[in-house]
Design a protein around this ligand. Structure first.
Ligand SMILES: *Cc1c(COP(=O)(O)O)cnc(C)c1O
Length: 370
């Protein structure tokens, strides 16, 4: 029986092997490992790719969010609006700065709902962090409009949306800043931790550059208390190799999604994700099932492995328990209880994609068909 894993990171890097080894060797044989030419080259290339003026490589996606939020002035006691449903990092970045994450209810796609945004704003609100969940661009036009009306900065959490675009603008280029992660399973993944901040604001870029390196602009002079969070040259050199293939990889994910839609969109009762164009890079292909545990178990028996992104909304996590009125976010709760991610990757072979599509349809009909 064919087995399809929900994600196999070994297969992602396999097709680059020669080039990745060569890139790594050049760094190993060189003498700059931190803040060197490889980092600079990747920052230039990624800024160009995102269509922004500046890119600052940092240690990971969480740090990208924290540094960007700190650089725009978020401090202890401030409120920051975040989606009620997202990966925990979006909320933790706010909390670690001593600020308070304020949930905004999400829509059926799991994206911050602009209609709820205005209502969630408090007198202490300083910034909004929309998340392009599963690779789908949030409604940046509406969110930016509400934010600017209330004098709030927008920082995009673009960790799942490298390359998603609308109206000629790419993820990370809509807000005052965009935060990326290069965690190995992201659409653009390093072979370790990595992240970046993108912005068109030169002063903000300069602040982030300083903050990632102990608040330093010149050696042994520290203008601010800063972090140690630098994307290292080894990861940057590997990322440059993979960035050259990102458009093709995202196109392949779109082809996989089209095939899933063809097989699944007319299965009675099965909730498929909304289709997407260039604004969707299919980080995950997420269906919904109210009997998830049983469905998931039955799929595994037929060789289809799935994942859950994410089983709890952040306000229901132990680290935030009791701090929020969860009855205000029924859509977020519903998503956490029902979402199920099918295998999604650029390396999937046609026969694997059709195996997943036909198996999901068949298992669904066997369990829930009439
Ligand atoms: C992965 C991810 C992050 C954090 O990235 P790390 O590099 O793991 O710190 C932040 N936000 C979202 C939505 C993510 O998916």
């Amino acid at each position: 029986m064919m087995e399809v894993l929900s994600y196999d990171v070994a297969r992602v890097n396999h097709r680059f092997q020669g080039a990745l080894h060569e890139a790594a060797r050049a760094v190993i044989d060189g003498r700059t490992f931190i803040l060197g030419h490889e980092l600079e080259a990747f920052e230039k290339a990624f800024a160009r790719y995102c269509g922004v003026g500046h890119c600052i490589g940092v240690g990971n996606g969480l740090d990208a969010l924290m540094l960007a939020l700190h650089a725009i002035g978020v401090r202890a006691g401030d409120d920051v609006l975040v989606p009620a449903f997202t990966f925990i990092a979006t909320w933790n970045a706010v909390s670690l700065l001593g600020a308070r994450p304020i949930p905004v209810e999400v829509d059926e796609n799991g994206l911050m709902d602009p209609a709820h945004l205005a209502r969630a704003i408090t007198p202490r609100s300083k910034a909004v962090v929309p998340v392009h969940l599963y690779g789908r661009l949030a409604d940046m036009e509406a969110i930016t409009e509400v934010a600017s009306r209330h004098g709030l900065a927008v920082v995009e959490d673009a960790a799942q949306a490298h390359g998603a675009s609308r109206g000629g603008c790419r993820a990370g280029g809509f807000g005052l800043a965009g935060a990326f992660s290069f965690y190995p399973t992201k659409n653009l993944g390093a072979l370790g931790d990595g992240g970046a901040i993108c912005t068109n604001d030169a002063a903000l870029a300069e602040s982030c550059r300083m903050l990632r390196n102990y608040g330093s602009r010149a050696k042994y002079r520290h203008d601010a208390v800063g972090w140690n969070s630098r994307l290292d040259d080894l990861q940057a050199s590997l990322l440059s190799v993979k960035l050259a293939d990102l458009e093709a990889a995202n196109d392949r994910r779109r082809a996989v999604a089209r095939r899933y839609h063809a097989d699944l969109s007319s299965v009675p009762g099965l909730h498929c994700p909304e289709r997407g164009g260039q604004d969707m890079v299919w980080h995950h292909f997420v269906v919904r099932c109210s009997d998830r545990a049983r469905f998931q178990e039955e799929l595994v028996r037929h060789g289809v492995h799935t994942a859950i992104h994410y089983p709890l909304a952040p306000f229901d996590q132990p680290c935030y328990a009791g701090q929020y009125d969860r009855t205000l976010y029924p859509v977020a709760i519903e998503l956490a209880e029902t979402v199920l991610s099918l295998p999604m990757a650029d390396y999937l072979l046609d026969e694997e994609v059709s195996h997943v599509g036909s198996t999901v349809a068949r298992v669904w009909n066997a369990l829930y068909g009439c």
